[in-house]
Write a protein that binds this ligand. Structure first.
Ligand code: ADP
Ligand code: MG
Length: 254
């Protein structure tokens, strides 16, 4: 079903429609009027213009759009990796406009990030890389962290590879380690930026299907940026961006 929304003044969702996860306004991601520019003075260039976007509890939203349309910038704002300039972004209940650095750090600890390239540390084993995500969690001894990391790696099909260094794993296996690392601390939200960009079709699909299944089981919402038409099937909803604006939203499964 195509619910294309025309213009940037349109509401983020069709009005009056019940959303999973409660009333409009309390979803894990609530963006209103996000505008963002890089550069100063004459070099100033707007890359996001009045973006409204919502991710409901447990929802998997794919964000597509041409290169340069502002997808990564939007994701880094939502992930509190970059400071807000204009608009409102409530993420897991935290308003990011005007938030203190300590609040942004705390929020980042509740988000699982997956990037285009896996960003694993080459001198640590798969299990040690995943266990690092648990270091912020006070009260977990190292042995317990490593045990949980091994369980998470088993859940992504890497039980036999926990003690390998990233260089000894295939691209798809490394990205599965990145999925395990993002999920092991039970985040309230997953943000993924082109997670299949460096993978062939089969391993790309394996990785995102695994991510979807694990997130669904836990009720973890996902906002995933992708160019890749081969993985659109994992979405509950697909949102298209162009030139810094949201141009279209569609329900993936009617
Ligand atoms: P996408 O992820 O959709 O490719 P980006 O958010 O990376 O889009 O980029 C949006 C626009 O902002 C592009 O024109 C890009 O060149 C520009 N841009 C991205 N990062 C920076 C930066 N750190 N400084 C200046 N311009 C940037
Ligand atoms: Mg990008």
């Amino acid at each position: 079903m195509d619910a294309a929304m025309g213009g940037n003044s349109a509401p983020p969702m069709p009005p009056g429609r019940p959303q999973p996860g409660g009333a409009v306004g309390d979803g894990p991601v609530e963006l209103r009027g996000i505008t963002f520019a890089y550069g100063e003075g004459e070099l100033r260039r707007a890359v996001l213009r009045d973006v409204d976007l919502r991710v409901a509890a447990g929802e998997i939203v794919l964000l597509t759009g041409p290169s340069g349309s502002g997808k990564t910038t939007l994701l880094t704002l939502i992930g509190a990796l970059r400071g807000m300039q204009e608009g409102s972004a409530r993420v897991l209940g935290q308003e990011l406009m005007g938030a203190r650095e300590s609040q942004r750090v705390a929020l980042r600890g509740r988000i699982g990030f997956i990037f285009q390239s896996h960003n694993l540390l080459g001198f640590l084993t798969a299990r040690q890389n995943v266990a690092m995500s648990l270091e912020l969690h006070a009260g977990l001894e190292e042995a317990a962290r490593l045990a949980r990391a091994a369980e998470m790696l088993a859940a992504v099909g890497l039980a036999d590879h926990v003690d390998k260094l990233p260089a000894k794993l295939s691209g798809g296996q490394r990205q599965r380690v990145a999925v395990a690392r993002a999920l092991v601390a039970e985040p309230g939200l997953i943000l993924a930026d082109e997670p299949t960009a460096a993978l062939d079709r089969v391993s790309g699909q394996e990785v995102v299907h695994m991510l979807r299944d694990l997130a669904r089981r836990r009720g973890t919402p996902i906002l995933l940026v992708t160019h890749d038409p081969r993985i659109l099937d994992i979405a509950d909803r697909i949102v298209a961006m162009e030139d810094g604006r949201i141009i279209e939203m569609q329900e993936a499964r009617a």
